[in-house]
Design a protein around this ligand. Sequence first.
Ligand code: FCB
Length: 462
Amino acid sequence: MLPGDARGNSAGPDPNLALAPISGLRRDFIWGVSTSSFQIEGATREDGRGASVWDTRGQKGLIANHDTGDVACDHYHRYREDIALMQRLGVQAYRFSVAWPRILPLGRGTPNEPGLAFYDRLIDAILAAGIEPWLCLYHWDLPQALDDLGGWTTRDSVGWFADYSALVASRYGDRVKRFATFNEPSIFTLFGHGFGDAQQDASGLDDMHRAIHHVNLAHGAAVDVLRARVPDSSIGCVHNFQPCRPSTPADAPAAALCDAYWNRAYPDPQSRGLYPPLLHERIEPHMQPGDLDRIKRPLDWFGLNHYGPAYFKADPNAGFGFGFGERPADLALTPIGWAMDPKAFRDTLLTVGRDYGLPIYVTENGMGGHDKPDETGAVIDNERIAYLRAYIGAMNEAAAAGTDIRGYFVWSLLDNFEWDSGYSVRFGLTYIDYATQRRIPKSSFHWYGDLIKAARRQPGHD
Ligand code: FCB
């Protein structure tokens, strides 16, 4: 037991901290944790890595508290310690992403051997720990050099991504078999071109429609590359899918339009070969003959990232015609103000299972907070345990109702760089003391480890 380790300080059995129900889940269910390259690696200027758009955002001072990803969790140097934490948790799978600018500093052209070698070491250590690596090709850290050329708004991006995917597949495909093409394509295209500080005028929207289509084409191209180079691979795309609810009944059309952008703009063409009717006309000007066939390639699974429902209202001043709206006064919120609604998770699982017909892996779910060590140095995060327990319970209900759910990954193994919020919010099962880089497993870490142990003890489990 390490000093500050939450288990040594918990006050005894508490019914609120009981393990989640899992009796409806498959015997071969996979339990895991997720991270992403920019959020944990640090070492942004080391060993030849190029800049990403998130380095630029940090340099411009656009992140809360002027944070940057320069050090993050220093995972680039401490990955062995982090893999030891995963072993201690007992996870069977680890979802991480490769930083495109680490292996191709300019996004294309000459590969960077020291960067490639880092992921060799990482993957070998994950496998040596008896954990299955789940590699995501793109978790938002676009090389800045490609953004300078137009990024996803130019059709050239499809070829850049296919070449990058080929490099990853040929280098790691002997050891990695699980690949995700993109993490949450709708979120980076919506927030990059639509919401927040992004433009919402006609040209901004046009850029967003181009980007949506090119990312879909890049997904299809990467699936083909992976299938050709790693024939025994299992491939999916990871989607953020949350119920989009109207703030008032009059906002129903705005919420429906948002659902099309947020939830449907990627899975619909990827799995069904068509854009949602509300978007078709907007995207059509950027399509070439045969594109929908290039996008709809056979997939093995649907990656679902889910946190809670979002509320929208009509907003005639916004380019989209909608914006974030008021939420019901009695809606339960997490400490960082995200909706907490496990029933919405159950319903989302049922919807995704019904509409896309693929096995589902929940590739992200978790709770953000403002955790702090107590006077003994322990981090007691019972609120996170309550969240995970309720959400895993809801997943169990969806599975018992017949939805094909095969795995669940907590976001996240570690507290990390939470995009525009920087280090001000914490999603980890493990607390990071950023001043010393000390890792402190929170009480939720032990709870999740106990749950995995109980699940793996069930008869018939691997
Ligand atoms: C998801 C992102 C992930 C993390 C969590 C909290 O939208 O995929 O990187 O930021 O939210």
